[in-house]
Design a protein around this ligand. Sequence first.
Ligand code: ADP
Ligand code: ADP
Length: 231
Amino acid sequence: ISIEGLRKVFKLNNNDITAVDDLTLTIPEGEIFGVIGYSGAGKSTFVRLLNRLEEPSSGRIVIDNQEITALNSKQLRLARQGIGMIFQHFNLLWSRTVEANIAFPLEIAGVPKEERARRVQELIDLVGLSGREKAYPSQLSGGQKQRVGIARALANNPKVLLCDEATSALDPETTNAILNLLVDINQKLGLTIILITHEMHVIRKICNQVAVMEQGRIVEQGNVLDVFTHP
Ligand code: ADP
Ligand code: ADP
C-alpha cells in the first residue's frame, strides 16, 4: 500500500477542518500495521480514505498495484472487494441472520448460490462461529458480532483488511480473542491488516509497525518496540 500526499479537508460553513494533512506512507504486503492517536487525530478519516468511503481532497493511493484514487465508480466497486473493513460498532444487518450477513457481499459480487453457501460455511469455521449460523446479531455477544463482521469483510478474499477501532467496544478478554483471530487470519491468508486504535496495548499485542497520528499528520513511525520505548 503506497500513499502519497494524502489530504482530506472537510468544508464546513465557516471553517475548514483538515482531518488528514499531507500524509505519505508505505505499508509492506502482509504487515499488521497499527495507526494510533487520540480521538480527533484523523485516524478514522485516514482508513476511510483508503477504500474511498471518504473522497480524498488530494493525494494518491495505490493498493496492490492499483491506483485507487484514479478509479471510476464502477472500477471502485470491484476494487473494494479486495479491501475488507471492520468497524467499532460492527455495522451488521440486524434483520438478517449470521449466515445472511456473511453472504451479503457475495450476493453483491454475483457469486452463485451453491458456491456462496460453501464459502459462508468456510468463513464461519474460520472465525469460530459454527453452530450460530441461524442466529440474529441481537442474540450474539460483542465478540461474536465482531466475528461476523470479520467473516463478512473476508468474504471476497480481500488483500487488505481495514480495522476501524474494531475492539474498542469490547471487554479486555474479548479484545484479546479478536486480536488473536486477526493474527491467525494474517498468518493463514497472508493479507495486510491496517488497524487503527487509541489503545496502545492493542498495537503492542499484534502490530509490527506503527504510525502515530496527531492533527492529521504522522508524527512518528517505525517498529512498535522502538516507537514505544523512546522517551
Ligand atoms: P479519529 O478517528 O482519530 O478520532 P476522525 O478522523 O474521526 O479522527 O476526525 C478527524 C477530524 O475530522 C476531527 O476534527 C473530526 O471532527 C473531523 N471530521 C471527521 N469526519 C468529518 C465529517 N464528515 N465532516 C466534518 N468533519 C469531520
Ligand atoms: P469515532 O470517534 O468513533 O471515530 P467520530 O465521532 O469521529 O467517531 O465519527 C462518527 C461519524 O461522524 C463519522 O461518520 C464521522 O465522519 C462523522 N463526523 C465526525 N466529526 C464530524 C463533524 N465535525 N461534522 C460532521 N460529521 C462528523
